[in-house]
Design a protein around this ligand. Structure first.
Ligand SMILES: CCCCC/C=C\C/C=C\C/C=C\C/C=C\CCCC(=O)SCCNC(=O)CCNC(=O)[C@H](O)C(C)(C)COP(=O)(O)OP(=O)(O)OC[C@H]1O[C@@H](n2cnc3c(N)ncnc32)[C@H](O)[C@@H]1OP(=O)(O)O
Length: 195
């Protein structure tokens, strides 16, 4: 599909190039999960994807995820929704490079080849442009090697939100537990003092 057919995913003429935040993780640095119970990257989520993400040199993320038997859709194949989750998480992790908090508003994914269980997806996501609160991103995922066959491509629109977005909308007991976790608190504060 052409970009003209995806108006809400195409940066407007007044969009600007993304700026890597001075306190963004260094290129190559492993990025800590934003929340231990995140289905995408949380280490405490037993059936989660356990995505491991690193910062790139630009406003970009390189991430890996190995498809487990719990992620099946068809027999021996990854569920498409699981693959979109992996892409969503790798796109969401771009927040660390911009030092903004944003949420997925729109995510369009093209599935280009089947992804078997036990294969490792190598995801690459990057911010294309920013227009006010709108962050226009793209991503691709390759099979079994960073330069392996293309399995997924994606375009997304993230919208910047204040931290209150999470506090106001999340289930209260989970928000309380998250706020009581000093590690998460420290991470969230970094966003607050370096908007
Ligand atoms: C205390 C605990 C804190 C815990 C948090 C911890 C850390 C957080 C920090 C960083 C996170 C880091 C990593 C995250 C990694 C992975 C997570 C994956 C990401 C996700 O999985 S995240 C969940 C799924 N996500 C949602 O749960 C969003 C639900 N949704 C909403 O919450 C609202 O919908 C919102 C906020 C999106 C907008 O609402 P709003 O009221 O603020 O703004 P509004 O509607 O005015 O839109 C403004 C302009 O965007 C345009 N626009 C809006 N939506 C559009 C669409 N869909 N398509 C095309 N254009 C769209 C409008 O047309 C307008 O455009 P214009 O200005 O030109 O008119």
């Amino acid at each position: 599909m052409t970009d003209a057919a995806r108006p809400s995913l195409t940066p407007p003429p007044d969009a600007v190039a993304p700026v890597r935040h001075p306190d963004a993780p260094a290129p190559g640095q492993l990025i800590e999960p934003h929340y231990e119970f995140c289905f995408g990257c949380g280490p405490a989520q037993p059936s989660g994807l356990h995505l491991a993400a690193r910062a790139g040199e630009g406003v970009e993320i390189f991430a890996e995820f190995t498809v487990a038997p719990t992620h099946q859709g068809g027999p021996g194949l990854a569920h498409g929704g699981v693959l979109v989750t992996a892409m969503d998480d790798a796109l969401g992790t771009l927040n660390w490079l911009l030092h903004s908090t944003s949420v997925t508003a729109r995510l369009e994914t093209d599935f280009r080849r089947p992804v078997p269980v036990d294969s490792t997806l190598y995801l690459h996501t990057w911010v294309e442009a920013v227009a006010g609160r709108k962050i226009f991103c793209r991503g691709e995922a390759r099979l079994d090697a960073p330069d392996g066959p293309l399995a997924l491509t994606a375009q997304a629109l993230f919208i910047q939100v204040p931290l209150e977005h999470f506090v106001n909308h999340g289930r209260p007991e989970d928000i309380k537990a998250a706020m009581d976790n000093p590690d998460l608190h420290k991470r969230v504060r970094a966003f607050e003092v370096n908007p």
